[in-house]
Design a protein around this ligand. Sequence first.
Ligand code: SF4
Ligand code: SF4
Length: 160
Amino acid sequence: MDLLLKKLNCFYEKLDLHLQSSKRDCGVCGECCKVTSVLRVYPLEMENIRRLVKNGVKMKRFRDFTGNQVVDIWGGPSGHCPFQEGDLCGIYAFRPYQCRVYGHFDYQGRSLPGRCVYRGHATRYTRREELPLYDEFNRLTKGYGEAAQPDDPNTNPPPG
Ligand code: SF4
Ligand code: SF4
């Protein structure tokens, strides 16, 4: 498990470097974490975040949207991601794959909010397979699915 998580975080670094080629930095307006949409978070990523957050209440809110397969963070009961702090991401270093590619890539060319600095500059996509380094990411997350069941409640840390 630890090795897979290490690989995931190395992968994130590689992905971020890859995305830097767009030469456009996020405007950190926070709008994309508030609007109704669907954000997929994979079990391996969930475990990565759980180890960072060490807060059972927040993780429960996060898991409540999901069943630990697909997390519908945006558009959930609170209307925004439970990890958003002000306009910023409270788990920035551990944020999921889809949060990283968002903006650089725009689902069907119509998912970006009005204030987003990537509007007019994003790459349009329709299938996940078109996203950067997706095959590598997919192999990594599948490796976790075969190795362990995600988020066994008995392994979660106590709240706080
Ligand atoms: S995890 Fe961070 S970047 Fe992703 S939706 Fe939540 S606050 Fe936004
Ligand atoms: S809407 Fe665009 S500019 Fe604003 S935080 Fe999201 S990705 Fe960054």
